[in-house]
Design a protein around this ligand. Sequence first.
Ligand code: ADE
Ligand code: ZN
Length: 342
Amino acid sequence: MPIPAVPTESFLMGLPKAELHLHVEGTLEPDLKLELAAKNNIELDQKTIEEVEASYQFNDLSSFLAVYYPAMNVLQTEDDFYALAMAYFRRAAENGVKRTEMFFDPQAHTTRGVPFADVVNGYYRATQDAADLGISAELIMCFLRDMSAESAAEHLEMSVPFADKILGLGLDSDERDNPPAKFAEVFARGRELGYKLTMHCDIDQVGSIENIRQVIEDVQVDRIDHGTNIVENPELVAIVKEKGLGLTCCPVSNSFVTEDMKATEITALLREGVKVTLNSDDPAYFGGYIGKNYVDYAAKSGVSTEEMIQIAKNSFDVCWISDEEKAKYFAAIDEYIASFEG
Ligand code: ADE
Ligand code: ZN
């Protein structure tokens, strides 16, 4: 049986893929939230899974973040961070994920009095155990852009003794009035320390295009998170193509924080030859892991199975790994396709 002409759910779920835009704190499912709250004696306003789900009400980035950060209070110990990441890896494995370079937000924890070391060590231990699930995982430390550049710089220095456990640096949280340039110096120091660099350029922000320009030209990132608005600017599109920069798009997340999943824009970039990838962002909040992002995007865009395979190939192509490792993942995709041809 050949690969399906129209990409089916089962084909897309099993397709080997990398997840490169995943906030591990955004994988906190209601059941784990309740379990950790009970263990750590934390009073929650919600007592049942249904009540937690009902509290997930938002229609833009700011209202989402207002729900998102307080929920993290249930994460207290190194084991809690470990448990959170392991729960994600189990879901990721079911979604065909073979490699993930995933975000964590240390400032969301240190500002609550949780030691930096507990956060990094808990997550790092989970990345090592992810290998048992067939997943290679590494960490990207994000700075909260609505906090000061000084706080980011302090956390960057805190990370130095843990540098072998952290692959890269990212920038997330509320983009409004917090352009990439605010963090240019911190990221330049991060580059000197050997970290790879990426930054969020969220969807439909005030100044989206100028912010995308800053991350490419001023900060000189190695990848762009979201960045979908670049489709409005052919000159910037030409630059990302020339540099081979990956874009980590998140269709299901887009449909929560804006009016639609931006499938048309993602497809235009894909067909232009930009290395777009599909990812889940904060799957516990947006109701879908990476497989659902592949499935919903394919259904909405009407792209071909070959184009979905191209997206999966892109996801490994823009990983921060060696060419040899990339070749191994491309071969896994080829094998998967061959298994349909029997
Ligand atoms: N933190 C978690 N998810 C985010 C997103 N989609 N944008 C910015 N910051 C985030
Ligand atoms: Zn994100």
